[in-house]
Design a binder for this molecule. Structure first.
Ligand SMILES: C[S@@+](CC[C@H](N)C(=O)[O-])C[C@H]1O[C@@H](n2cnc3c(N)ncnc32)[C@H](O)[C@@H]1O
Length: 226
């Protein structure tokens, strides 16, 4: 298993520049971003159906909010993220069933097939396509056959929808402000039919749950694409 977070020493871990950029985001994430995501956290939890006896992994788990909800449902939950600064902000979410692991999502430090539930929220849209495919490949590898993969990310409404406009505008503003490669990857994601398009390219077959007029989707899929 990767470094399990126990102390402040993780902050001295060397990380690539795109991850170092999360140092600033980590300072405000729990106060500014997290309250806006509360509805989607609940939606992911409902789709994930975490329960006692289950093992759950939240990949790119950030400040640990989703994994914390899984642990509150009784699952043994792990949040894995490559940003030590994001993980350190997860410290306030102590729960006996919850662990935090510093790890890259394209090389998860877990054996194959050990998690009943593997989730990822709001990470795929901001990375290049090749990395998206390797992240979801790893999610499939560590999920047990018959388990559940749950992915939440930006989506495109199936038909023009005024209800989607506020959420789409807010997301666009946030991504535009992030700029650089982050914004380029977001544009690529949206131009290629967002989560539905990616699921088709990655062979992730499952059910799409639609939120905010179609601006957000949660995909519930089975490992192996069945
Ligand atoms: C927009 S944040 C989303 C965090 C969290 N999933 C949420 O819903 O709030 C994206 C997260 O992906 C993480 N991340 C980016 N690249 C990663 C990688 N290669 N391996 C693990 N985590 C990564 C970042 O550190 C950050 O915490």
């Amino acid at each position: 298993m990767g470094a399990v977070m126990t102390g402040g020493s993780l902050l001295s871990t060397k990380v690539p520049p795109q991850i170092a950029a999360y140092k600033n985001a980590a300072r405000v994430y729990n106060y500014v971003i997290e309250p806006l995501l509360w509805g989607m956290r609940r939606a992911v939890s409902e789709c994930a159906q975490a329960m006692p006896g289950m093992t759950a992994l939240d990949v790119c788990g950030g400040t640990g909010a989703q994994a914390f909800l899984f642990s509150q449902s009784g699952a043994l939950a792990v949040a894995a993220d490559m940003s030590p600064h994001m993980l350190c902000k997860a410290r306030g979410r102590a729960h006996e069933n919850l662990k935090f692991v510093l790890a890259s999502a394209d090389r998860l430090p877990f054996e194959s097939g050990i998690f009943d539930l593997v989730s990822m929220s709001l990470a795929l849209h901001e990375i290049p396509e090749k990395l998206r495919l390797s992240f979801t490949g790893e999610m499939q590898r560590v999920a047990r056959p018959g388990g559940r993969i749950v992915i939440m990310d930006y989506a495109l409404p199936l038909k023009a929808s005024l209800a989607a406009l506020p959420c789409r505008s807010a997301c666009w503003l946030a991504e535009r402000a992030a700029g650089g490669a982050h914004y380029r990857n977001y544009r690529d994601w949206m131009a290629r039919d967002a989560l539905r398009g990616f699921a088709a390219r990655a062979g992730l077959n499952g059910q799409f749950h639609v939120y905010y007029g179609g601006a957000m989707n949660v995909l519930v899929a089975q490992p192996g694409g069945s």
